[in-house]
Design a protein around this ligand. Structure first.
Ligand code: ADP
Length: 163
């Protein structure tokens, strides 16, 4: 039987419990999930380095063993998916705010490559307002984000921001 692989791309700066909820749901549908940190060689930016983001995702998903792999990519997502034998791209949807952008991206990716499907999954409503950008903002100001991120991310945020 062939292995069904999906790619879950994103910035993951840092990975949150919302992302992890989507990972869990994707694994109910696919045999293998390749979580891929998107980066731009010319504009590194962000709070955590690409390597740190990958390491935190790997730690937070270690219970899935080899059903999950963690990687990073730059360039076109559909090329990355095709090169890695993935027939699907996973994206998470929160409140209406995500829809417009995600819809445009999905249609563009379909235009670029007809054999990679975008699959949208909804996280539990507890994660509806969790976003990496809000986590970064709150953590920078010394707020408590322990309910929204896995322990390894909480440690990394504390290391960065504790006075
Ligand atoms: P990007 O910069 O590509 O949007 P993110 O790391 O912010 O990268 O998100 C990656 C994917 O995970 C996106 O599809 C995003 O909508 C989804 N996502 C992020 N946070 C949540 C959440 N709390 N619940 C559901 N989906 C989420």
């Amino acid at each position: 039987m062939s292995t069904r692989t999906a790619v879950y791309p994103g910035s993951f700066d840092p990975v949150t419990n919302g992302h992890l909820d989507i990972v869990e749901r994707a694994l109910a549908l696919f045999d293998h999930l390749r979580i891929a940190v998107a980066y731009n060689k010319d504009k590194p930016g962000g709070l955590f380095t690409r390597e740190d983001r990958e390491a935190m995702i790997a730690e937070a998903t270690s219970q899935y063993g080899d059903r999950v792999s963690v990687d990073s990519f730059h360039g076109l997502l559909v090329d990355y998916a095709r090169d890695n034998g993935a027939g699907a791209v996973i994206r998470g949807l929160r409140a209406v705010a995500d829809f417009d952008y995600e819809f445009q991206m999905a249609l563009m990716n379909r235009h670029l490559c007809t054999d990679v499907q975008t699959v949208f999954l909804m996280a539990d409503e507890a994660h509806f307002y969790t976003s990496s950008s809000l986590i970064r903002e709150v953590a920078t100001l010394g707020g408590d984000v322990s309910a929204q991120v896995p322990p390894c991310v909480l440690r990394a945020l504390n290391d960065k921001f504790s006075k």
